[in-house]
Design a protein around this ligand. Structure first.
Ligand SMILES: Nc1ncnc2[nH]cnc12
Ligand SMILES: [Zn+2]
Length: 322
C-alpha cells in the first residue's frame, strides 16, 4: 500500500495521459473516427512506432484551448486524488500548431487547467516543452525557440521525445543550446528504445540534469558510474518500459540496480492509459515489484523534488510538504 505516501511525477506526456473515455467523448464531439486507435476502452498499438502513431492520432481529438484545459485539469485532479503534490507535464506547442489551434492557445488552455487544479486541490504543476524527433530538427528548434520566448512562469523545462531511432542527439544540439541559454531546465528521452550510446550522446551533447528513461544505460557499467558521478537524475517509468518491451519483466528491470549503484532515480507513468498504468500503480510497483520500503520510496519522491524544474522557494515549500 502506498496510498499514505506523498507523490511527485516528473515525466508524463499530457496527451499520453488522456483517459480513453474522455478521448471517446472528444472523438464523438468532433465526429472523428478513431476506431483504429481506440477500441473497447483501450488504445491500440503493437510496437514503439505504432504507439507513436496512435499517440499522435489520439492527440488530434483535443482541438481547442478548452479541450486542453479539461484534459489538464482531469489528469491533475486524478494525481491530486492519490496524494500527488507536484507534476511536470510534457507538452508540445508544435502539436498545437499542427492541429491549427496555435501554440499560444494550446499553452493557454493547459495553463488554465493547471490553475483550476491548483485552486481546487493545491497541486503544483509546471510544463516541459518538448520537441519530437520524428518531425525533424527544424520543428524541434522551433519548439525550443517558442519555450525560450514564451515568458511563461509555468514553462520551466525543455525535452526531446519521439522516435529515438531517428537521427543522433547531435542533430538536435542547437535546440538544447537555445533552451539552455534561456535558463530552462533540460531533460531528454534517451536509452529507452536505443541502447547505452544514446545516453552517452545525451550526456556529451546536452549535459542535461535529467534524462527521460535512461534505463538502457545499464548495458554499460562505465556509463552507470558516469551517471552516478554526475548526479544525473533518471526519470524512470517502469510500467512504460515493460509495456514497450524494453525489458521482458519487472524482475529484469534495472530500477533497483541503479539506486543501489548511486544513480539518482525517480518514478513516473509516461503515458499512463497507453501503457495500462497510472502514477498510483507505479508507486505500488515500487513497493511490490521492486521491494522498496516506504522510506526508500520517499527517497525517490524527494529526489523528484530536488530535480524539479522549479524556483528554490517552490522547491522548499514542496520539500516541507513531504
Ligand atoms: N515513451 C515515449 N518515448 C518517446 N516519445 C514519447 N512520446 C510520448 N511518449 C513517449
Ligand atoms: Zn516519455
Amino acid at each position: 500500500m502506498t496510498s499514505h505516501l506523498k507523490k511527485v511525477e516528473l515525466h508524463c506526456h499530457l496527451e499520453g495521459a488522456a483517459p480513453p473515455a474522455l478521448t471517446e467523448a472528444q472523438a464523438r464531439k468532433y465526429k472523428t473516427d478513431i476506431s483504429a486507435y481506440l477500441r473497447d476502452g483501450a488504445y491500440v498499438w503493437h510496437d514503439f512506432a505504432s504507439f507513436l502513431e496512435c499517440y499522435d492520432k489520439v492527440s488530434e481529438v483535443y482541438q481547442t484551448d478548452e479541450d486542453y484545459g479539461l484534459l489538464t485539469e482531469t489528469y491533475l485532479q486524478e494525481l491530486a486524488g492519490i496524494g500527488t503534490i507536484y507534476s511536470e507535464l510534457i507538452v508540445s506547442p508544435d502539436h498545437g500548431e499542427r492541429i491549427g489551434l496555435g501554440a499560444d492557445a494550446y499553452i493557454a488552455g493547459i495553463c488554465e487547467g493547471i490553475r483550476q487544479a491548483k485552486a481546487k486541490n493545491g497541486i503544483e504543476a509546471r510544463l516541459i516543452v518538448t520537441g519530437e524527433r520524428h518531425f525533424g530538427p527544424e520543428r524541434v528548434i522551433a519548439a525550443a525557440k517558442y519555450a525560450a520566448k514564451a515568458n511563461n512562469p509555468l514553462i520551466t523545462g525543455f525535452n526531446l521525445a519521439g522516435e529515438e531511432r531517428m537521427g543522433r542527439v547531435a542533430d538536435y544540439a542547437r535546440a538544447f543550446d537555445i533552451a539552455r541559454d534561456a535558463g530552462l531546465g533540460l531533460t531528454i528521452h534517451a536509452g529507452e528504445v536505443c541502447g547505452a550510446f544514446s545516453v552517452a550522446d545525451a550526456l556529451d551533447v546536452v549535459r542535461p540534469s535529467r534524462i527521460g528513461h535512461g534505463v538502457r544505460a545499464i548495458e554499460e557499467a562505465d556509463l552507470v558510474r558516469r551517471l552516478a558521478d554526475l548526479g544525473t537524475v533518471l526519470e524512470v517509468c517502469p510500467g512504460s518500459n515493460i509495456a514497450l518491451n524494453v525489458f521482458p519483466d519487472f524482475a529484469s528491470h534495472p530500477l533497483r540496480k541503479f539506486k543501489e549503484t548511486g544513480v539518482r532515480v525517480t518514478i513516473s507513468s509516461d503515458d499512463p492509459p497507453f501503457f495500462h498504468t497510472s502514477l498510483k500503480r507505479e508507486y505500488e510497483l515500487a513497493a511490490d515489484a521492486f521491494g522498496f520500503s516506504d522510506s526508500e520510496i520517499n527517497e525517490l519522491t524527494r529526489t523528484g523534488i530536488e530535480a524539479a524544474f522549479v524556483d528554490e522557494a517552490t522547491r522548499m515549500a514542496l520539500l516541507a510538504r513531504l
